[in-house]
Design a protein around this ligand. Structure first.
Ligand SMILES: Cc1cc2nc3c(=O)[nH]c(=O)nc-3n(C[C@H](O)[C@H](O)[C@H](O)COP(=O)(O)OP(=O)(O)OC[C@H]3O[C@@H](n4cnc5c(N)ncnc54)[C@H](O)[C@@H]3O)c2cc1C
Length: 283
């Protein structure tokens, strides 16, 4: 790649350098690999940018993970909730775990994402820094603002945040989330990852399907929340669901992947209920 390289010291400087054709250089595992999906004429290296690293426990049972934290660092920290550590382990390669960052992985919005389904189910939030308006003489934007954004919005409406810098991800500790990932081998791309969470007493379902996308199964989550028998809703869903546009591909037929998603969600619901010590309805 032939690109100008910048090394900003502050997040403000980093975001002021961002243009639609520029990219932030985090771990570089995607940007710098042969055949990368990211093409940029300017690389804004975040390695020396202050305030993007570290894991801290915040008030209100929330854990803040800096965007430049690597998978390996997050995995080593006992402050990180176990449901997120499980998602981090979906990246099997130790070499990649040492380089790839949490922010870089989220920003790629991949349909085989290790993290997206779990973050949606956990109702995680992102702290973003955005720059807007006209550039002044010093090249900086007139306005700069920090925004707290629900992960679902960031993943499903990417055009709104194309130039935003992810500062950190906020994870709640007072939620329960279970997940399952399917791939041909531990190191292959995942073709299906499903996650189910209980957040403020309500079910949230996140799914990523290779060659299809990342989804918040809002209607199904709401139907389960409104029903006296959520297990029955899930059983009906598994039997008759026509929802997402899932293609036939090398990972399996559409019918197979739908079946797999149905039985996986049923299993995840069962393990959530068992975890809560509740009686499981007959699914
Ligand atoms: C063989 C192989 C298999 C893989 N399989 C999977 C898989 O199954 N599932 C999966 O999820 N990933 C997979 N990956 C992708 C890998 O996880 C990513 O390369 C990695 O997570 C990206 O992190 P990074 O820090 O290296 O990002 P970089 O490569 O540095 O950057 C990636 C993108 O993120 C943006 N970015 C980086 N940091 C920020 C920030 N703080 N704010 C805003 N934007 C930012 C950059 O602009 C760039 O567009 C695979 C990669 C390889 C090489």
């Amino acid at each position: 790649m032939n690109a100008e390289l910048y090394s900003p010291r502050s997040a403000s400087e980093a975001v002021s350098l961002k243009t639609p054709s520029a990219a932030f250089l985090a771990g570089g595992t995607e940007i710098l690999r042969h055949g990368s999906s990211v093409h940029a004429d300017r690389l804004i290296m975040l390695k020396n940018t202050e305030g993007l690293k570290g894991i801290t426990k915040e008030q209100d049972q929330t854990v803040k993970i800096g965007a430049m934290t690597t998978f390996a660092e997050a995995l080593r920290s006992s402050a990180v909730p176990e449901y997120f550590r499980k998602a981090i382990r979906y990246m099997a390669s130790g070499t990649k775990r040492n380089m790839a960052t949490i922010g870089g992985n989220i920003a790629l919005i991949r349909d085989d994402s290790y993290l997206a389904a779990v973050l949606i189910a956990a109702h995680a939030k992102l702290v973003l820094l955005m720059a807007d308006g006209e550039r002044g003489r010093d090249g900086a934007f007139a306005m700069e603002r920090k925004e707290l954004v629900c992960i679902r919005r960031y993943l499903l409406e990417p055009d709104l945040y194309r130039n935003a810098l992810i500062l950190s991800v906020l994870l709640r500790e007072d939620v329960k989330v279970v997940s399952k990932r399917y791939a041909n081998t531990a190191e292959s791309h995942s073709f299906l990852t499903a996650a189910m969470g209980i957040v403020d007493g309500k079910v949230r379902i996140g799914v990523s399907v290779k060659n299809s996308g990342v989804f918040f199964l809002k209607e199904l989550s709401e139907e389960m929340n409104d029903s006296a028998d959520p297990g029955k809703i899930l059983a009906d869903f598994a039997d008759s669901w026509n929802g997402l546009d899932i293609p036939d591909d090398i990972f399996g037929s559409q019918a197979y992947k739908r079946y797999l998603l149905g039985v996986t969600l049923t299993d995840l619901y069962r393990s959530l209920q068992e975890d809560r010590g509740e009686e499981v309805s007959d699914v």
